[in-house]
Design a protein around this ligand. Structure first.
Ligand code: ATP
Length: 358
């Protein structure tokens, strides 16, 4: 087990910063995910941990040990990649045994440990088979067994589920999470898939242009995104410009001006001047009639039935379009295009940024 410390790590390619001043600690036994869109620097950061790249600035520690100049094979890490990287003509058993043979482990111990690892990934029954004609999911399990059989201090995974179909991805991510908890192995996981990150992680670091935007638990990242980029990347949000005047307590509500209406609203934090509201589509409630809560008027523009929910685009009287996700598909009629509706924006639970939320 090992914690990993990034101490102001910066990695350049030419003059471009692929990783910009990464400064955080991954705790022992933690499942930590690097999440972000293509090109944000996830793989580069993972590769500096593995020792494939050397950062130009800052230091990396495993526990108290500075590992900047420790070669990859001495870092005691297990790795799983998107493309499995297994030997297609070796049996499953020999694939998993490979790293132990290279470490000159005794034959007897190799057998015990390989069978144990295969059992963990539920592949014992296929141990004598050749992987080349196995499914993607099975091949990825071999790669996983091969990574954990060496009992690494750290497990690194780079988009390990990207080549699998949607259903298998969900099954595999649950299995990986369970295995990681059973082994209590510090794991750093790279993905661009928000849902996957939310499902498996203890904490997530969201990256953008090489810079960490926020590090927090899945729930916190989703409910309280640090800025507009995170709010937009982690799910869907309606971003609405407004103004806000003072107020920071229940007894001293703020004066909000949004889409042509003025309301009083108790806020957790004081804001004043130009603000940006970030409102999740599932927090907006529709009603056919106006009420105190349903004060914003609009007209249904588009209706998309998605099974578990209906997605509406509502054209507001003030000109904006607002996306609404209604999960009450079993209990109410679906609104029709052109139907007038009144919106409860759930403003008191919305996230408010100063300025434009950058
Ligand atoms: P993806 O999800 O597409 O793999 P990523 O988030 O893992 O993206 P990186 O591969 O880490 O992003 O790339 C970060 C930035 O560094 C990108 O702008 C990329 O073009 C650049 N980059 C990555 N590897 C190299 C390299 N070997 N040489 C030059 N530039 C590179």
């Amino acid at each position: 087990m090992s914690k990993v410390v990034f101490d102001h790590v910066t990695k350049y390619f030419g003059t471009a910063k692929a990783v910009n001043d990464a400064h955080f600690t991954i705790e022992e036994g933690e499942f930590f995910t690097l999440l972000g869109p293509s090109g944000c620097g996830k793989t580069t950061l993972l590769r500096t941990i593995a020792g494939f790249y050397r950062q130009e600035e800052g230091h990396i520690y495993f526990g108290d040990q500075l590992i900047d100049d420790v070669p990859t094979h001495e870092r005691n890490i297990g790795m799983v990649f998107q493309n499995y990287a297994i030997f297609p003509h070796m049996t499953v058993f020999d694939n998993v045994a490979y790293g132990l043979k290279a470490r000159k482990v005794s034959k007897e111990e190799i057998r015990t440990r390989v069978l144990e690892a295969l059992d963990m990934v539920e592949l014992t029954h296929l141990k004598d088979r050749i992987p080349s004609n196995m499914s993607g999911g099975q091949q990825q399990r071999i790669a996983l067994a091969r990574a954990i059989v060496i009992r690494p201090a750290l497990l690194l995974m780079d988009e390990p589920l990207s080549n699998l179909d949607a259903k298998l991805r969900v099954k595999m991510r649950t299995d990986i999470r369970k295995l990681q908890k059973d082994l209590n192995i510090t794991t750093i996981y790279v993905t661009h898939d928000q849902e996957e990150a939310l499902a498996v992680s203890d904490r997530i670091a969201v990256l953008h242009n090489g810079t960490v935007q926020q590090i927090a638990s899945p729930q916190e990242i989703y409910l309280y995104p640090q800025n507009r980029f995170v709010a937009n990347f982690m799910g869907t949000s309606n971003f609405l410009d407004g103004t806000c005047e003072a107020g920071d307590t229940l007894s001293n509500p703020a004066n909000i001006r949004l889409m042509g209406l003025e309301t009083e609203l108790p806020l957790l934090k004081p804001h004043s001047g130009k603000v940006l509201f970030s409102i999740r589509p599932e927090r907006v409630k529709l009603s056919p009639e106006p009420s105190v809560e349903h004060g914003y008027q609009g007209t249904i523009d588009e209706v998309t039935f998605l099974g578990e929910k209906v997605s509406y685009t509502v054209k507001m009287a003030s000109g904006e379009s607002i996306e609404v996700h209604d999960h009450s598909v079993y209990t109410r009629d679906i609104y029709k295009p052109k139907q007038p509706v009144y919106l409860d924006l759930g403003l008191s639970q919305s996230v408010i940024y100063n300025g434009s939320g950058e």
